[in-house]
Design a protein around this ligand. Structure first.
Ligand code: FNR
Length: 186
């Protein structure tokens, strides 16, 4: 069978290194994995008043997450936490109360930074959120990607020096999804 992964990138920037990493990761996935990039840039700011009439982009996101077998978050670190645009998307799809789309979805968390800490603190904050949302999140291996000159090759693939590490991360993520997909009673 096929495994459908909802891919959520925490940056809206055109030249985002996290989107670049996300695309490179999808190319390292097993052939029975497909990835759907969830657009989060057109979501309104979350407002609880709208819970019983969610906007079309919110319904779309919830549908994309609900129909997925797993979640892949690739996010920058903003001021030692997750970007607001990512938290906004997570909050939207967690509502209305009792109708969260995230529950039970096996998740992987990874991120890229131009700084040496490699999104470690952003990822820890994201793990905290996902724990509350009952999305079983792969604990190891962790991957705090410090993007320096030459991390990506000319085709946008992870260059030789880091490719094995990133491939092993993807292999373990795929195993995580296979093990935990479809287990949630709802
Ligand atoms: C950053 N950046 C950053 N980097 C980091 O390692 N830790 C941090 O806390 C922050 N904080 C931060 C705040 C804001 C508002 C911005 C715009 C940037 C730098 C960040 O790693 C860099 O801009 C990345 O290129 C962002 O990821 P994308 O957009 O390229 O995917």
């Amino acid at each position: 069978s096929q495994y459908r992964i909802a891919l959520v990138v925490g940056s809206l920037r055109r030249e985002s290194i996290n989107r670049k990493l996300a695309i490179a990761l999808t190319k390292l996935a097993p052939s029975d994995f497909t990835f759907h990039h969830c657009e989060i840039g057109d979501l309104p700011l979350y407002n609880q008043d709208d819970d019983d009439h969610q906007a079309a982009p919110v319904k779309r996101l919830k549908q994309e997450v609900s129909s997925a077998d797993g979640l892949l978050f690739v996010t920058p670190e903003y001021n030692r936490s997750v970007p607001g645009v990512l938290k906004n998307a997570i909050d939207h799809a967690s509502r209305p109360y009792g109708k969260s789309a995230w529950a039970g979805k096996p998740a992987g968390v990874i991120g890229a930074s131009i700084g040496a800490a490699g999104t470690a603190m952003s990822q820890q904050h994201l793990r905290n959120i996902l724990a509350y949302l009952d999305a079983p999140t792969m604990g190891q291996p962790e991957a705090f990607i410090h993007v320096k000159e030459g991390f990506f090759d000319a085709d946008g693939n992870v260059a030789e020096g880091s490719r094995d590490f990133v491939q092993k991360w993807m292999d373990r993520f795929a195993e995580w999804v296979r093990t935990h997909a479809g287990k949630h009673a709802g």
